[in-house]
Design a protein around this ligand. Structure first.
Ligand code: C2E
Ligand code: CA
Ligand code: CA
Length: 661
């Protein structure tokens, strides 16, 4: 068992069900309501104490003095007593001037109110007929003072203190009355004593409830603090929790564990099952990890183990191998079906003061990726070689950041031609990045990087903006007047949906016909999150923007998508064009795609057209739009118009048939 679960508060058992699952009670609202209710009860109980007691005394005294009735003073104090009681007890709340908010957030009578009540009690007894002898009066004044101090003490909300004061107060008062031979008022005092004491005991119970509620509240806060540093599903530390343990500079070995193909299992067995598996994975990792290790879940299916003290390479390798073996044991959930997964592990070690320990995670992550590249289900170390690539990547990342911020990512343009006439139908924008050193970084390198480091939105925004400018500038170029412009969009952007705003803004800002703007999306982009993709596409379509499915025929190819997505066209991937003419099967696929596209009203564009044989084959199949090195290579934006000048000067059209190498 590792330490990672040790700092959990004792109360955390409440958060876990029998399977170790952390249960979210959603009871914060219920708790708040219970506290409010208890507080209200308490408030009422407190509010009635003094008026009720004094009223009882008044009634008793009144009844006992029926003989001398009507006595003016008696009538007066009885009346005033009831008025005060009524005002305090029956008013909707304690009047603002008579109340303050106590430490527990309850409305309480301010000391003058208590003073008033105390004074009333004293006067009640003082004014009683026959109770006018000096000793009796003194005792009664003492009683009044006690009442006042009891009132003040109630500010502290410590009930036993109030009882301590009330009991002697009324004992003294009763003794005084008995000495003055005022039997009935003395009885009244005793009754008040009983009522008050009972009431105080009752409110002590209520206070206890409130206090326990307060306690639960603080437990809640503790739980929230726990949540901030732990993963609720597995009870392990989360990323924030484990990061707190990094950066201490002490020697350590860190392992990054990533489950292989977990997403597929998740999709196949459902998320509830996936969650169960993750919980069991967590338990197995805790079992395998050494006692002094911190085990964390830092992503969906990513785990991180930090071992204090540096492990030898063979120890780390062994630990990694044990982890992989432990995770390859089938997961029996629900006894219906066994789930099999595997894992890839990367590790890195740091000597004391060797390096910035906060890099442990990054390095272990890279080692893990290396393990994946080598074919998964294995352990890889973070080597100096990896360190080089990591440094290069970090360097590249900051250069890319600068390049995007300074808008120095250029674009090359590659037209799509009508293969029959050679007219330009569409111009695709391809991002280009040249380093200060003059060497170009291929888009296959920097586009994924931009996606990973969150620069892709900005880059696409710039490309869309440039698209708007190009369209405006071409208004006067005959060969390009009718051309549309296409921008490539990354899969991650489809998932986020900010795209719609940017596209809308560009269309408005440049006052372009939205139909002239085309977005190219790869199929991988559309695969996950199908429903939100369809929604986004629908909205883009209603904006008037065209949507092309890029690289159709590669990797994730699915005719299903062609049917279910609101597209305007497809770009058939180069790989299907290459063998055209030769391979009859490829031809069959192409014809099928073409037929489907025709039925759906989609436009079909062939990519990677490199020779005239391919052009002939495409035209034979009725595919009339093509793009490729054989027609025109991507050219810098400023060169496009010039390049067009090289086209047939009469028609400003490319001579395609026979014009290709
Ligand atoms: P893509 O969208 O499929 O772009 C076509 C790629 O094929 C371009 O490579 C183009 O130069 C190349 N190509 C065109 N015709 C031919 C041909 O006849 N033969 C051969 N062998 N290749 C041809 P590039 O410019 O290196 O772009 C690579 C990929 O990078 C693009 O593939 C696209 O997915 C991505 N990309 C480029 N610019 C952007 C961008 O601004 N945003 C996003 N998200 N992705 C971009
Ligand atoms: Ca493209
Ligand atoms: Ca493509």
């Amino acid at each position: 068992m590792s330490e990672s679960s040790a700092p959990r508060p004792a109360a955390s058992t409440h958060f876990q069900d029998d399977h170790g699952a952390v249960v979210d009670h959603h009871d914060e609202e219920a708790l708040a309501a219970a506290i409010a209710e208890e507080t209200h009860r308490l408030y009422w109980a407190n509010r009635w104490t003094a008026p009720l007691g004094t009223s009882v005394v008044a009634v008793v005294v009144f009844l006992s003095l029926r003989d001398s009735f009507p006595s003016i003073p008696l009538l007066l104090w009885t009346a005033s007593l009831f008025v005060i009681s009524a005002v305090i007890a029956l008013s909707f709340g304690i009047p603002k001037f008579a109340a303050y908010t106590g430490r527990q957030g309850l409305p309480l009578l301010i000391p003058p109110s208590h003073f008033l009540i105390g004074l009333t009690c004293g006067l009640l007894l003082w004014l009683g007929p026959e109770a006018t002898d000096a000793t009796g009066g003194l005792w009664i004044i003492l009683a009044a003072l006690f009442a006042m101090s009891a009132g003040v003490s109630s500010m502290s909300n410590v009930n036993h203190l109030r009882i301590l004061l009330l009991v002697p107060m009324w004992t003294v008062a009763s003794v005084a009355l008995i000495r003055a031979s005022q039997w009935v008022p003395a009885l009244g005092g005793v009754v008040f004593l009983a009522i008050s004491t009972t009431n105080e005991i009752r409110s002590t119970e209520l206070w206890r409830d409130v206090v326990s509620l307060r306690f639960r509240e603080s437990q809640h806060a503790e739980r929230n603090a726990w949540r901030a540093k732990h993963d609720e599903l597995t009870g392990l530390l989360n990323r924030a929790g484990v990061i707190g343990h990094l950066g201490t500079g002490a020697p350590a070995t860190a392992l990054f564990v990533d489950l292989d193909h977990f997403k597929e299992a998740n999709d196949r067995f459902g998320h509830a099952m996936g969650d169960r598996v993750l919980q069991q994975v967590a338990r197995r990792l805790e079992q395998e990890a050494p006692g002094n290790a911190k085990v964390a879940r830092i992503g969906g299916d990513e785990f991180f183990i930090m071992v204090e003290g540096r492990l030898h390479d063979n120890e780390a390798m062994e630990l990694g191998a044990n982890i992989i073996a432990a995770l390859e044991e089938p997961f029996g959930i629900d006894s219906t079906e066994e789930i099999w997964i595997s894992a890839s592990v990367g590790y890195t070690s740091l000597e004391a003061g060797e390096s910035d320990t906060s890099r442990l995670m990054v390095e272990a992550d890279h080692a893990m990726l290396q393990a994946k590249r080598r074919g998964r289900r294995q352990v890889a170390a973070f080597t100096s070689g990896l360190e080089e690539t990591l440094k290069a990547r970090t360097g590249l990342e900051s250069s890319l950041r600068k390049a995007v911020r300074s808008r120095s990512i250029d674009c090359a343009l590659q037209p799509v031609f009508d293969l029959r006439t050679g007219r330009i139908e569409l111009v695709e924008m391809l991002a280009r990045w040249t380093l200060d050193s003059g060497s170009a970084v291929p888009p296959a390198v920097f586009i994924p990087l931009a996606e990973q480091v969150g620069l892709i939105d900005e880059l696409t925004e710039q490309m869309l903006d440039t698209a708007g400018r190009l369209l405006r500038a071409w208004g006067h170029v005959p060969a390009l007047q009718d051309a549309r412009v296409s921008v490539n969009v990354s899969p991650v952007q489809v998932a986020k949906g900010k795209l719609l705003d940017v596209a809308t803004a560009v269309v408005a800002e440049h006052a372009i016909a939205p139909g002239k703007l085309v977005l190219e999306l790869t199929e991988s982009a559309t695969l996950s999150k199908m429903r939100s993709t369809v929604e986004l596409f629908d909205e883009l379509r209603s904006l008037g923007v065209s949507l092309l499915l890029d690289d159709f025929g590669t990797g994730y190819s699915s005719l299903g998508h062609l049917l279910s997505l609101p597209l305007t066209g497809v770009k058939i991937d180069r790989s299907l064009i290459t063998g055209l003419g030769g391979d009859p099967r490829q031809r069959a696929v192409m014809t099928a795609v073409r037929d489907l596209a025709v039925v759906l009203g989609h436009e079909v564009i062939a990519e990677g057209v490199e020779n005239s044989r391919q052009v002939e084959a495409l035209l034979d199949m009725g595919i009339t739009s093509g793009q490729g090195y054989g027609l025109m290579r991507p050219v810098p934006a400023e060169d496009l118009v010039e390049q067009i000048g090289l086209l047939d000067p009469g028609t400003q059209q490319l001579k395609i048939r026979g014009g290709l190498r």
